[in-house]
Design a protein around this ligand. Structure first.
Ligand code: CMP
Length: 139
């Protein structure tokens, strides 16, 4: 069993696509074990994207994530990380395949609807930024 952190970013919330996005993960068979509707602080956003801190797009990435409410979730299932990244599609919405979240709802790399952990290590870094362990309901 693997776990992954999924964020529905501000564009997904603003466009009222929360239900659509959650359905795709649930329909695949993944189990929702934590969920929070929240506004991300600048500190949380910087921590979440710390791996990109030297990239030219870092500041834009942080200000985008704090620009409006998001939905943070943890899903559990076999190969959850790969399964969820397949459901999300390529990072750049203009290149993502139709049928994926980004392929269906995003035209670019900045406003790309969702974030999904890209490895077990990333998940371990990311999830405590959004959840305490006692907020995970896995039984
Ligand atoms: P996400 O899956 O949240 O993880 C890192 C984010 O950085 C990614 O989605 C994109 O939104 C963003 N990103 C990656 N590459 C670029 C880029 N070249 N220009 C702007 N944003 C980028």
């Amino acid at each position: 069993m693997e776990r992954t952190l999924i964020l529905i970013k501000p564009d997904g919330v603003k466009r009222k696509l929360i239900g659509n996005v959650i359905s795709r993960f649930e329909n695949k068979g993944l189990k929702l074990i934590a969920m929070k509707f929240m506004k991300v602080t600048e500190d949380q956003a910087k921590q979440h994207y710390s791996v990109h801190s030297l990239k030219p797009f870092f500041n834009g990435l942080v200000s985008y994530l704090i620009s409006g409410p998001i939905v943070a979730m943890i899903f559990e299932g076999d190969n959850a990380i790969l399964s969820c990244r397949n459901i999300c599609g390529a990072t750049d919405g203009s290149k993502a395949n139709p049928g994926t979240i980004r392929g269906d709802f995003s035209l670019n790399i900045e406003e790309n609807m969702v974030h999904a952990s890209d490895s077990v290590e990333s998940f371990k870094h990311e999830y405590p930024i959004f959840f305490n362990d006692n907020e995970i309901i896995d039984n």
